[in-house]
Design a protein around this ligand. Structure first.
Ligand code: NAD
Length: 330
């Protein structure tokens, strides 16, 4: 859409996360927040008053007034609502996961193709400043270890933990490893719900990279940590603390002022230096960055960082993991 006019946006579903979409859209440049719709009239009254935006009593009325919509409803509703929006020629930002099933995601992608609209997916961790801090490094992970743990809440349990939490890490890993998935091993258990609450998966890529992922929605404290190893380099990211640390082994002759220690690291006794770096992590709001990217993409000034295809790819791996867990349990 090549326009200098503000993009007219609406938010569908203004619960825990949707309210933050409303907050950002209400102040983003080049954006006109037209209004909101939520199935819960009390909630939409509250949020429309708080952000001084119109309270629509039907999805169809909101759709007609907008160029673009954020869909922040429970996941099982994403497909039906997004389909409605795309068929009306509207651009959509769909919270992660793109849909509950792969067939639904495929249908949305084919509709988007026909209707020339944008689908962006809310894999917010891709814009986590702790990950963005690695921009200047050449990344070729060989082994990845990731943990995402959260205390139990009913919110999100309409889908298994693989689609709720693990999919964040699947998306990050697919963006780091530029190779097709070769094989997957997975197992999981149900603790509080009838679905999978704790899952572990091991993904092997065709280029030899291995990723080991653990996700749990039954934990005492939140943990969101990713570590990876590649030739002469070790990286740790704490997504919650916003802390990124990089250790590199270099030849001692390559003088680097950041070198910490020099040690006989090679079997032949050669000394090498270890360089420790804490790349600066910008203090930015990842959701605001995502929504800015969405508006810029509609205006033709950028491309979605996580487009519909990336959302579909992450869901495809998540669906394979989930299937394997269910088959393993039987
Ligand atoms: P929530 O339950 O707090 O909010 C959902 C809202 O949708 C509620 O207000 C509900 O009334 C409304 N709703 C239900 N049916 C509706 C319908 N037919 N039409 C309009 N509104 C309807 O849930 P949440 O935690 O905000 O999660 C919403 C989505 O966001 C989920 O897909 C979830 O996976 C995703 N999410 C993403 C992240 C992230 O890190 N990117 C974090 C949390 C949630």
């Amino acid at each position: 859409m090549n326009t200098t006019k503000p993009i007219k946006v609406g938010v569908i579903g203004v619960g825990h996360l949707g309210q933050h979409h409303v907050k950002h859209f209400s102040t983003l440049p080049n954006t006109n927040l037209v209004g909101i719709f939520d199935a819960d009239s009390t909630r939409r009254d509250e949020i429309s008053k708080k952000y001084r935006t119109e309270n629509f009593d039907s999805l169809d009325k909101l759709l007609k007034s907008c160029d673009a919509l954020s869909i922040v409803t429970p996941t099982p509703l994403h497909a039906e609502i997004a389909e409605k929006c795309i068929l009306s020629g509207k651009h959509v930002f769909i919270e992660k996961p793109i849909t509950k099933t792969l067939a639904e995601a495929d249908r949305l992608l084919s509709l988007k193709q026909k209707n020339g609209t944008i689908i962006q997916v809310g894999h917010i961790e891709r814009l986590n400043p702790a990950l963005l801090a690695l921009k200047g490094f050449e990344l070729k992970p060989k082994f990845i270890e990731v943990q995402r743990l959260a205390p139990y809440t009913v919110r999100g349990t309409e889908v298994p933990v693989v689609l709720d939490l693990m999919i964040h890490d699947i998306d990050i890993i697919l963006s780091l490893v530029n190779s097709p998935v070769k094989s997957i091993r997975a197992s999981g258990v149900s603790i509080m719900t009838n679905s999978v609450d704790i899952a572990n998966a091991r993904i092997r890529f065709e280029n030899g990279t291995v990723a080991n992922l653990t996700s749990s929605r039954i934990a005492q404290n939140k943990v969101r940590k990713l570590k990876f190893f590649q030739r002469d380099m070790y990286v740790t990211i704490d997504f919650l603390l916003g802390l990124t640390e990089v250790y590199r082994a270099i030849n001692s002759d390559d003088k680097d002022p950041k070198a910490l220690v020099t040690a006989p690291l090679d079997q032949d006794g050669n000394h090498r230096a270890i360089v420790y770096e804490k790349p600066p992590v910008e203090k930015v709001d990842a959701l605001r960055l995502e929504l800015t990217n969405f508006i810029d993409s509609i205006r033709g000034k950028a491309k979605p960082i996580v487009d519909g295809k990336a959302g579909r790819d992450a869901l495809s791996v998540a669906a394979s993991i989930q299937k394997m867990i269910i088959e393993d349990v039987r």
